[in-house]
Design a protein around this ligand. Sequence first.
Ligand code: EPS
Length: 366
Amino acid sequence: MSSNSFGKLFTVTTFGESHGPAIGCVIDGCPPGIDIAPEEFRRDLTRRATGTSRYTSQRHEADEVEILSGVFDGRTTGTPVALLIRNTDARSKDYTELADTFRPGHADYTYWQKYGIRDHRGGGRASARETTMRVAAGVIAKKWLSEKFHIVVRGWLAQLGPVTPRAFDWDAVEANPFFWPDAAMVPELETYIDALRKSGDSIGARVNVVAENVPVGWGEPIYGKLDGELASALMSINAVKGVEIGAGFAAVTQRGSEHRDEMRLDGFTSNHAGGILGGISTGQDVVASIALKPASSILIPGRTINLAGEEVEVRTKGRHDPCVGIRATPIAEAMMALVLMDQALRHRAQCRDVGEVTPRIPGDAR
Ligand code: EPS
């Protein structure tokens, strides 16, 4: 299976299956001299993990990172950084019936048609378990971006099914298991998910992610556009069905006089572009939004076909997420950070000698 790598200079390759012995990644092109210890992966891995609240899958993984290479005396050496996490809580018997049946709405069917063989346990390589390694790699990218440029990449759950936040507070986002920016609404979400889980169904969600303090000039026309690579990276997250940059699909009904972000010497007056023009960062916040579909592993029986060519009914057992969007915020942050780090290194390689040209608009407007 190819296409398990992304990034041109900061290249991340992931490997492993949900019910295999381990998952891992190799980061090639990592700059030398970045301080990194195994404990530093803990925070984001826990934010992404299953089993940290009753609103997610109850699989309890240790998610203990082993650094196999590329780090000496606590610092990256410039050689490939290899990270490994052993799977410790896979329960493969839940998937016995899925060996010869396809969940409707799942990659079960397309993997089978493409490869003629599949690891049906937990969806194998198609499982969201793989996102663990993107988050681990993202920890290094976030750290480098923060230390070099004071870039902060952070996200929030912007919609859960029909529910949208009525208020916004960054402090609230990290204080509840949903990454929800409106603390007063958390009981409402709890009731919603409890009822949904009881019904055996799942629901979709929207996650927003923003990178602050991104310098002007990152991104490459034409095929290496920052927004193009961001869209590709975000779309590669399991269950993502839509990506918006800045105004996104709202641009359809905007007029040019409204959509354009006017420039003043003290800043842009708006940010409909999402911080990117012509595929290159403007110096404003880089803003993206993703739509995640409702997961297909649900208890409500659905019609499907099996390997014997029969029409059958399937009902997915096991430990599943009623809303995968609840755990997607750290994954979206990681993908944004990884794309930015790769583009930063590419910009440095080609354009470092350009230096600062005038006039340059400081500050930021959302
Ligand atoms: C997943 C199904 C469940 C989730 C899993 C994603 O796992 P299992 O294969 O054990 O049924 O728990 O998520 C993780 C294990 C994780 O670490 O994110 C799926 O079908 O995508």
